[in-house]
Design a protein around this ligand. Structure first.
Ligand code: SAM
Length: 289
């Protein structure tokens, strides 16, 4: 039996990437607005920037794989901070902006050495085999990206396959940093907080949220974004799988083993310092062999 939620409630862009996963960014609308919405690429919130850089340094990470680089915002920040970065994404429309930035800054050694590849999480290990070497120190999948991957069979096999690929790209002792919105809260309230915890954007965004149930289970959340930027109003729809916290933690433990060190953060803070965060961020360490 297949869950057909994603084919009933389709994204407005129905582009299909080579590996058969729908590229929701294929019409280029979100990519274009993303660039305007997030403004200049240095405008990450201090909270987020400090959290990410400090955490990666504390864990001794040097070589990072950004598996949802999009237009390149996180990767660029990491390159500027002296990390070595390999960036991948399934959407060429999003990658186009990252490639453009790499070209514009090619005189800087870090940017000249920046590897950008088109890859899909379901085939990631094979897609970038040559880049893995002895394994990355960290794999990052941030900005509510992972939730784009749907559950085509109702047993989350795609989610497990993708996380397995992330794990295979890490060296023993390496870390996966992966986030998702607080879908438990979205399912409870039916609303998505529009304030960005990632970007210092001056542009307004409104997010209209719809939840689709399949066989009595929430199986797809659709977010209609209305973004007003530079007198330009843009609308686009993105769809997400509503990862509930408990289940997500179980899947991580299944792939990384139950002994793996796993730490949960809320909006880049210790869980003890936050109540009902907009985002959960998981840090999980690949066990040493
Ligand atoms: C919300 S954007 C976030 C980009 C970036 N991390 C940021 O914070 O700006 C999500 C990205 O995930 C990518 N993505 C979604 N599903 C993917 C998959 N199966 N494999 C690789 N990338 C995927 C999309 O193409 C998109 O660029």
């Amino acid at each position: 039996m297949t869950t057909s939620a994603d084919s009933v409630f389709v994204a407005r862009s129905d582009g299909i990437s080579a590996e058969g996963v729908r590229d929701q960014y294929a019409d280029g609308k979100a990519a274009k607005v993303w660039e305007i919405f997030i403004g200049d690429k240095n405008s990450r919130t201090d909270n987020y920037k400090n959290f990410l850089i400090e955490l990666l340094r504390e864990k001794g990470c040097k070589r990072i794989l950004d598996v949802a680089c999009g237009t390149g915002v996180d990767s660029i920040m990491l390159l500027e901070e002296g990390f070595e970065v390999v960036s991948v994404d399934a959407s060429d429309k999003m990658l186009k902006y990252a490639l453009k930035e790499r070209w514009n800054r090619r005189q800087e050694a870090a940017f000249d050495n920046w590897v950008i590849e088109e890859a899909n999480w379901l085939t990631l290990y094979d897609d970038i085999k040559d880049q893995i070497k002895e394994g990355f120190d960290a794999v990052i999948c941030l900005g509510n990206s992972f939730a784009h991957l749907m559950d085509g069979h109702g047993d989350q096999r795609e989610h497990k396959q993708a996380i397995q690929n992330f794990e295979k790209c890490l060296r023993p002792g390496g870390v996966l940093l992966i986030d998702h919105r607080n879908y438990d809260n979205i399912l409870e309230t039916g609303a998505t907080p529009a304030k960005s915890i990632y970007y210092n954007t001056s542009h307004t965004a409104d997010i209209k949220t719809s939840v689709l149930f399949y066989c009595g289970k929430p199986s797809l959340i659709s977010m209609d974004y209305l973004i007003e930027a530079n007198k330009l109003t843009s609308e686009f729809r993105l769809s997400y799988y509503p990862h509930e916290l408990k289940r997500f933690q179980e899947i991580l433990a299944e792939i990384f083993t139950s002994h793996a060190k796993h730490k949960l953060f809320g909006d880049f803070k210790e869980m003890s310092q936050t109540k009902n965060p907009a985002f959960y961020i998981h840090l999980i360490e690949k066990t040493l062999v």
